[in-house]
Design a protein around this ligand. Structure first.
Ligand code: ADP
Ligand code: ADP
Ligand code: ZN
Length: 220
């Protein structure tokens, strides 16, 4: 592929963030996580953050107009010229259509959608034990992916914390929201013939090998 305009799709807890850091390192493209951008806005107390927090705490989606605006702005940055990895976006059909339209204006298109598949009960276990770095957002897990020092990020030394929305009630709602609003995107992208499905139940390194196979060599 001459460009890597990529989407990482999958339910909450599937391992998108875990795989994203590997993909962007090898393929040298920016990681665009709408979840990370929204949490940054919440932390900074911006008007958008205050609005978004209500939805995030409930496990509902932030309105399309808000996230579409974020992504369109982000695509104006020069580092996206050779490609990008969308993580957690799009999450609805209108978001996918808006992304296609924005790329079309730039004479570009999505060339691969990697779907990470994991059973629902495993997702609940992954999300309820997840810990995230306050500084670099790297995900860890109290059992499945322990940091070398408890509470401290291996990558940057930052403090690990538990996200407000990683509690069982909110997790169940996020999974229901995924099934209803986001899963239909697999069909949407299947019609464009760009979907690669990977088994996310394997160990992180093995999942990444499958993703590399699907994407092909960097710089080809
Ligand atoms: P997402 O970005 O899709 O919500 P994360 O990458 O944050 O998912 O992973 C969710 C949780 O599951 C984290 O605690 C992470 O450490 C853990 N995890 C990620 N991949 C795996 C895997 N292949 N096996 C077991 N646990 C994993
Ligand atoms: P996860 O992959 O673990 O569900 P994210 O960090 O991607 O978590 O998203 C956290 C929350 O941020 C979502 O539950 C939702 O409220 C909001 N959010 C993130 N991306 C989007 C999006 N593309 N559309 C609407 N809401 C979003
Ligand atoms: Zn860190």
């Amino acid at each position: 592929m001459s460009q890597f305009n990529l989407v990482l799709l999958g339910p909450p807890g599937a391992g998108k963030g875990t795989q994203a850091s590997r993909i962007v390192a090898e393929y040298a493209i920016p990681h665009i996580s709408t979840g990370d951008i929204l949490r940054g806005a919440v932390k900074n107390g911006t008007a958008m953050g205050l609005e978004a927090k209500k939805y995030m705490d409930a496990g509902d989606l932030v309105p399309d107009s808000v996230v579409i605006g974020i992504v369109k702005d982000r695509l104006q940055e020069p580092d996206t010229a050779k490609g990008f990895l969308m993580d957690g976006f799009p999450r609805t059909i209108p978001q996918a259509e808006a992304l296609d339209a924005a790329l079309d204006e730039l004479d570009r298109a999505i060339n691969k959608v990697v779907v990470i598949l994991v059973d629902e009960e495993d997702l609940v276990k992954r999300l309820s034990g997840r810990r995230v770095c306050r500084t670099c957002q790297a995900p860890f897990h109290v059992m499945f992916n322990q940091p070398k020092v408890e509470g401290v990020c291996d990558k940057c030394g930052g403090e690990l914390y538990q996200r407000d929305d990683d509690n069982e009630t909110t997790v169940r709602n996020r999974l229901a929201t995924y099934r209803k609003q986001t899963e239909p995107l697999i069909d949407y992208y299947d019609k464009a013939g760009v979907v690669a499905r990977v088994d996310g139940a394997k160990a992180p390194d093995d999942v990444y090998e499958d993703i590399r196979m699907a994407l092909g060599p960097a710089g080809a």
